[in-house]
Design a protein around this ligand. Sequence first.
Ligand code: MG
Length: 242
Amino acid sequence: MQENGRILSVILTKVKHQAKPGVSTMDLADYALELMEHEKCQPAFFGYRGFPGTICVSVNEETVHGIPRKNRLLQAGDLVKIDIGIKKYGFYADMAETVYLGNEMPAEIEKLIQTTKEALRAGICSAIAGNTLGKISQSIQNAVEHRGLSVVRRFVGHGIGRSLHEKPPVPNFGSEDQGPQLENGMVLAIEPIATNGDPDVIIKDDGWTAVTRNGQLSAHFEHMVAVTKSGPKILTSTCQAG
Ligand code: MG
């Protein structure tokens, strides 16, 4: 899973750098698939419960599960969430990042991105054997709400391994008296989604794309993290020293 995580983080970084004005969300998916084929891994999302894309690309008010489309051209000022899952050696890896397309990032968007990143970091730091799973949830919720933003509660993180989505679910809100106790060897996909407005989402007519009810922006970051004797270990990282 560590090797899968490394491969995925390299793929996601390359795809992220191709997200530019004029590029379609399908172009990003095609490029991701090319990189996956080169690495001899499969797109984990394609066909999952009927999902039609090879990756998820969600733009602006779209929170998650955006379907790549040839006619969805990215524009300067877009906030783009790229979520990629792969399968190799019988195991899955899952990772997401948010990128802003433009040079001058508005303060509001910078705050949204930094807060969501910080929430992910806080959640990862709580992924320690002996803690409850709820400690991760609480850390994420606190990090988001202390900055005056809200957690999109409809979607949660998850265990991951031989299946893409395994138990336990990892909510981005809750308290430390909730959930099972974490044990060494568990691998979790931790993935906060934050927004600067109403956190309610609705699903578009395509059956997949989740958008914020009021059209507010959202950010999403995800890492696959192992609970180990030496602490939380981010598997979806290009730098795996330590
Ligand atoms: Mg995930």
